[in-house]
Design a binder for this molecule. Structure first.
Ligand code: CDP
Length: 225
């Protein structure tokens, strides 16, 4: 592969545990590249829904995955020339992503694309299987957790902030279903990797979580000097 000596901070965790915001801030702080792997699954779900592909049709979904024409420009996500930054964050795409992500052929088709993000000076990657499958040799592995009610509150605030009218009970139900599907699937299920360190973010704010991760990373760098 040739890029195995480039540092990676892998951050996994369930839906709305704060991974995305935390991972992006850590990457900005270190000047590292950032991979939001969930977006790739969300994009596959989006293209499938637009082209009428059934979310159970593994072969057709793998084909969509192989041909995904996506570019990440800062915080902007483009599918071909279309800006899909907002639409991929919708709950519909999130739920679709969690169905699409259960297919091993889809996951396999995304592996090379995800590993290509590992470029100098380093990468922060977030998702469900960054520690276990995509970057098993990551420099630092983090598993973020938070209780279900807190995660539902966070997602609620995030959606209301975007002007999306939702009920907290619906979000709670969605998160429970997504957790069950992500943890229960046979391929790359969401679980804490043996050599990752867990951070419970229930009572922590974003800055506190970011600082904990930066501290852990600095300790590793000091040891390796
Ligand atoms: O923001 P949130 O955590 O709700 O979702 P996300 O990280 O964008 O991921 C959406 C869905 O994609 C998840 O529910 C997972 O099923 C799937 N996913 C995955 O299987 N593996 C990854 N590395 C990232 C996401």
């Amino acid at each position: 592969m040739g890029n195995n000596n480039i540092p990676v901070i892998a951050i996994d965790g369930p839906s709305a545990s704060g991974k995305g915001t935390v991972a992006r801030r850590v990457s900005e702080s270190l000047g590292f590249h950032y991979l939001d792997s969930g977006t790739l699954y969300r994009l596959v779900a989006l293209v499938a829904s637009r082209t009428g592909v059934d979310l159970a049709d593994e072969e057709a979904l793998a084909n969509i995955t192989e041909h995904l024409d996506v570019t990440f420009e800062g915080t902007e996500i483009r599918l071909g020339s279309e800006d899909v930054t907002d639409i991929v964050r919708s709950e519909t795409c999130g739920n679709g992503a969690s169905r699409v992500a259960a297919h091993s052929q889809v996951r396999k088709a995304l592996l090379g694309r995800q590993r290509a993000f590992r470029r100098n000076p380093g990468l922060v990657a977030d998702g469900r299987d960054m520690c276990s499958v995509v970057f098993p040799d990551a420099t630092l592995k983090i598993f973020l957790v938070a209780n279900t009610e807190t995660r539902a509150q966070r997602r609620y605030k995030q959606l209301m902030g975007k002007g999306v009218d939702v009920k907290i009970a619906t979000i709670l139900q969605d998160i429970r279903e997504r957790d069950a599907r992500d943890s229960g699937r046979s391929v790359a299920p969401l679980k804490q990797d043996a050599d990752s360190s867990s951070i419970d973010t229930t009572l922590l704010n974003i800055t506190e979580v970011v600082n904990q991760i930066l501290r852990q990373y600095a300790e590793i760098c000091t040891k390796n000097v």
